[in-house]
Each structure stands twice: as structure tokens, then as C-alpha cells.
Design a protein around this ligand. Structure first.
Ligand code: FEO
Length: 168
């Protein structure tokens, strides 16, 4: 969309489109985490539920950070529609595996916007996105550590595994 505002903005128009895509990705991650929190909460897996409630908040804060960045720099931030969030999971491990898949998808998407910003010389976006590149590496490592712990504990009762899940 070519509005007067967009023509005058400091950001590159193609980067803004990808940033809006990123807004959707972060909101989608937030919605997924909320569904995961609900699954855990219903099964009294308190630490896991709290972990996912916190993740849902965190992803929403990422979404807002990008949303505000777009508008603060003369772009047009678009409120995303999220559909197709599953509430069906086999077990706790499959939830954390789905969580890792979601984080990997977000990382790829962030790298894609970052690459475009660099390619078109949109330094404002590139510098802004650096924080997200670092954040994603930390997020992925956190979920991988949890999955390693779940594998190590193997056949231990679910409640004992849940006690080892960090709340954030
Ligand atoms: Fe904001 Fe973990 O993606």
C-alpha cells in the first residue's frame, strides 16, 4: 500500500511488509503458548502452565515492540488475525517439541527480515532487529534445555518432571 505516510517513512517499504509478517508470527506464537498453558493448567502441571503463560505474555510483548516500531517510524502496523491454533496435544514432551518448532519458525522469519533490511540498506530496522536475533538464540536454547531434561528424566512421573520446568 502506497500512502503518503509510507512514501515519507525512514523504513524501507519491503522491510515494513516483512515486519508486519513478523507481527503476525509473534502473535501466533503468543496464541500457541496460551493454548499450551491451558493444556498444562487443566492437568495441574503448574510449573509448565506458568512457563507457557509467561511465554504467551513475552511473545505478545515482542509483537507490540515491532508493532510500535513500525508506527513510530512512519509505517502502517497491521493488527494480525490468527487462526488454526490447536489445543490438542499428546503429552508434555510433544508440547515442548511444538514450542521448539514455533521458536525455530520465528527465528527463521526474524533472520529473513534482518537479511532484507541489510540488503536494502534499512539501517534503522537492522539495528532494531539485532535485539530479536539475540533473543531468539536464547529462546531456542531454553526450550532445547527443557527437552534434554525431559529426555533425561524419561519415565519419571509427570508431576516430577513438571517440578523441574522453569517458570519462565
Ligand atoms: Fe518472540 Fe520467541 O519469539
Amino acid at each position: 500500500m502506497e500512502t503518503a505516510v509510507r512514501r515519507n517513512m525512514i523504513l524501507h517499504v519491503e522491510v515494513v511488509d516483512l515486519l508486519n509478517h513478523q507481527v503476525m508470527m509473534e502473535q501466533k506464537a503468543s496464541s500457541k503458548y496460551l493454548a499450551m498453558a491451558s493444556w498444562c493448567d487443566q492437568r495441574e502441571l503448574r510449573n509448565s502452565a506458568q512457563y507457557f503463560y509467561n511465554q504467551a505474555e513475552e511473545e505478545r510483548s515482542h509483537m507490540m515492540k515491532i508493532f510500535k516500531f513500525i508506527n513510530d517510524n512512519g509505517g502502517n502496523a497491521l493488527s494480525p488475525t490468527i487462526e488454526g491454533i490447536t489445543h490438542e496435544y499428546e503429552n508434555l514432551k510433544s508440547i515442548f517439541e511444538a514450542s521448539l518448532d514455533a521458536e525455530i519458525a520465528v527465528t527463521k522469519s526474524i533472520h529473513n527480515v534482518f537479511k532484507k533490511a541489510r540488503q536494502v540498506g534499512d539501517f534503522t530496522s537492522e539495528v532494531f532487529l539485532q535485539w530479536f536475533v539475540t533473543e531468539q538464540a536464547e529462546e531456542e536454547e531454553k526450550v532445547r534445555d527443557i527437552l534434554d531434561m525431559i529426555d533425561l528424566m524419561g519415565d519419571f512421573p509427570l508431576k516430577m518432571i513438571d517440578e523441574r520446568i522453569p517458570k519462565e
